[in-house]
Design a protein around this ligand. Structure first.
Ligand SMILES: [Zn+2]
Length: 214
C-alpha cells in the first residue's frame, strides 16, 4: 500500500523508494510514499517528476496503491531511492478549480438552504457542481449567487483540511460545514477572485452550476 502523504501535506518535493514498476496498460511506477494526488473526487491527477521520469497522470490502483503514469521507466529499478517533485502549476490549477467547486457549493447552499451539492467535476473547461433539493430556481438566483461569491471571496476565508487526514479528512471554508474530501485546495478564498459562473441549468430534477476561472 502506498502511504498517501499528500492527504496530510501540501509539500511538492520529497524522496521516496520505488516499490514497483509496470508497463501495462502504460508505463507506471509505484513508490512507498507519495505527494502526488491521484485523479478522483472530480479532480485530475497530479503531474511532475519521479527521478528522471516525467509523470503525466496519477491514478488510484487496487489495494490502496497509487500508480504514477510516466513517459518512460528507463533507468529506474525497484529499490531506487529517488527525488519526487509535483508540477506546481498543474497542482495550482487543480487546487484552484477544486476549491472553487467547494466555494460554489457553500455559496449556493447559503443563498438557497434547501439545495445541497451532490456531485462535482472540477476539470478545466468543464467544471461544474450539481445540486438537488426542492427549491425552484427563481429569477433572483443568478444575482444572489454572484453577490454571495463576491462576498465569500472578498472575505478571504481560510480553506483548511480538518479531521484525521488519513481517516476522516474534510475540507472547511471559513465557518461552513466541513465536507468530506481527499482533494486539492488553496489556502484562502481570496485566491478565487476570478471565479465566474458560466451557466445555470435545471435538468432531471438537478441544478447544474458550471464555472470557470480567469
Ligand atoms: Zn473536494
Amino acid at each position: 500500500m502506498t502511504l498517501k502523504a499528500y492527504l496530510a501535506s501540501d509539500a511538492l518535493t520529497g524522496t521516496a523508494t520505488i516499490t514497483a514498476i509496470g508497463t501495462e496498460p502504460a508505463p507506471h511506477i509505484r513508490i512507498d510514499t507519495t505527494l502526488f494526488h491521484p485523479q478522483g473526487g472530480g479532480q485530475r491527477g497530479d503531474r511532475g517528476r519521479i527521478g528522471p521520469a516525467r509523470v503525466i497522470d496519477t491514478r488510484h490502483a487496487a489495494e490502496g496503491e497509487v500508480d504514477h503514469f510516466v513517459e518512460s521507466v528507463e533507468g529506474l529499478a525497484v529499490g531506487d531511492v529517488i527525488e519526487i517533485a509535483v508540477d506546481p502549476e498543474h497542482r495550482r490549477e487543480g487546487a484552484r478549480l477544486h476549491s472553487a467547486g467547494h466555494l460554489l457549493a457553500d455559496a449556493v447552499q447559503a443563498i438557497r438552504p434547501g439545495l445541497h451539492a451532490v456531485a462535482g467535476h472540477h476539470w478545466k473547461g468543464e467544471a461544474r457542481v450539481e445540486f438537488e433539493g426542492a427549491v425552484a430556481i427563481d429569477e433572483a438566483f443568478e444575482d444572489d449567487l454572484a453577490a454571495k461569491i463576491v462576498e465569500l471571496v472578498s472575505a478571504g476565508l481560510p480553506v483548511r483540511v480538518v479531521g484525521d487526514p488519513q481517516a476522516s479528512r474534510a475540507l472547511a471554508i471559513g465557518d461552513f460545514t466541513p465536507v468530506g474530501c481527499g482533494g486539492l485546495h488553496v489556502s484562502s478564498t481570496a485566491e478565487l477572485a476570478d471565479l465566474n459562473v458560466t451557466a445555470i441549468r435545471s435538468k432531471k430534477g438537478r441544478l447544474r452550476v458550471s464555472y470557470d476561472l480567469g
